[in-house]
Design a protein around this ligand. Structure first.
Ligand SMILES: NC(=O)c1ccc[n+]([C@@H]2O[C@H](COP(=O)([O-])OP(=O)(O)OC[C@H]3O[C@@H](n4cnc5c(N)ncnc54)[C@H](OP(=O)(O)O)[C@@H]3O)[C@@H](O)[C@H]2O)c1
Length: 305
């Protein structure tokens, strides 16, 4: 089976592509430069140099592929629409990558109790309204003869399997802790994020490609932690003794920018991947986030004395 995949040099896309190649699929992967083309070629991906804005290229690649995986952007509407238009009436599969921050609110590091599963109705925050509207349109495109599937990962952790080893939130927290000498969360850090190991996530992409019915949405999650717990593990791992530091939203905004500080670091995103387990037989088995920080791929070799 020939896959066209966007985001081939990225954390999710590179990992999914590597897993697919191991299963005997062939992958043509979109990259933005010759340098990235060399990196992904070394992994066995056939690179296509271009941009998500190049609709002629996306149309050509989608038409030539047996299935498309969109892992470059959860938000780029024109690219998704172009590929869906190319696939219309073909019955082919389009797997889109969204993210569980769609259920988040700007909670400033405070706890929020609401837990969402794949079917829980919700109104998105203004920051995620466009992403949710795109998701709805992608699912609706199943009525025009495309087997559309959405995977919405929660906080992803673990070493990427492709050219990019690093995800977002955990490396950002570790980097900030190293730079400032303390593991910092926003406010009390009681806000909770569900999380999923990259090695488990790529299995879900494979299962979805093989078996997901048209027009289906799957959260990806295998546990949850308060940001304070994540920072405690980082503090232990770096040899800071387990203590953590509260920081203001303004401070967090300086480090990460306004959107990420509010919508990915200070929010709650508590989801349950019921559908992936029940309908696709997904059975995550990788180490927990805390284990991976303290004893796995993030474990420091340069601990403070
Ligand atoms: N990581 C997570 O924890 C997580 C969780 C849930 C959802 N998501 C979402 O999933 C998507 C991918 O995340 P990621 O962690 O894999 O990010 P990433 O490591 O930054 O990868 C993004 C990939 O897309 C490519 N790309 C970005 N914009 C492009 C454009 N305009 N044209 C062509 N290629 C483009 C990048 O190319 P370059 O290599 O040239 O930059 C890179 O290969 C994002 O929308 C993210 O918000 C991520």
């Amino acid at each position: 089976m020939n896959i066209f995949l966007t985001g081939a040099s990225g954390y999710i896309g590179g990992s999914v592509a590597t897993r697919f190649l191991r299963d005997g699929l062939t992958v043509r992967g979109l990259v933005r430069s010759q340098e990235k083309a060399s990196l992904v070629r070394a992994l066995g991906i056939d690179p296509v140099v271009g941009e998500l804005d190049d609709s002629a290229l996306l149309t050509r690649e989608a038409l030539a592929a047996d299935a498309v995986v969109n892992a470059a952007s959860a938000d780029h509407r024109p690219a998704a629409e172009t590929m869906l238009k190319a696939l219309a009436g073909s019955g082919k599969t389009f797997v889109h990558t969204s993210g569980s921050s769609i259920v988040g609110r700007r909670d400033g590091g405070r706890y929020a109790p609401t837990v969402y599963d794949d079917h829980t109705p919700f109104e998105p925050s203004p920051a995620r309204a466009a992403r949710v509207a795109l998701n709805r349109d992608i699912l609706a495109a199943s009525e025009s003869g495309v087997r559309t599937v959405i995977i919405a990962p929660s906080l992803i952790y673990g070493a990427g399997l492709g050219a990019s080893p690093d995800s977002m939130q955990v490396p950002w927290l570790i980097d900030l802790a190293r730079r400032t000498g303390g593991a910092r969360h926003i406010g009390p850090g009681s806000n909770v994020w569900s999380n999923v190991h990259i090695r488990d996530l790529v299995e879900l992409y494979l299962l979805a490609l093989e078996n997901a019915p048209a027009g289906t949405f799957f959260f990806a999650e295998n546990g949850e932690n308060a940001m304070r717990e994540v920072c405690t593990a980082i503090s232990n791992m770096l040899g800071f003794g387990g203590g953590t530091v509260d920081m203001s939203l303004a401070e967090a905004t300086e480090y990460w920018g306004e959107g990420p500080a509010n919508d990915t670091m200070g929010s709650n995103s508590r989801v349950r991947a019921r559908r992936a387990r029940a309908e696709l037989g997904w059975a995550p088995k990788s180490p927990s986030l805390i284990d991976e920080i303290e004893h796995g791929c993030y474990a420091a070799t340069d601990q403070a004395e």
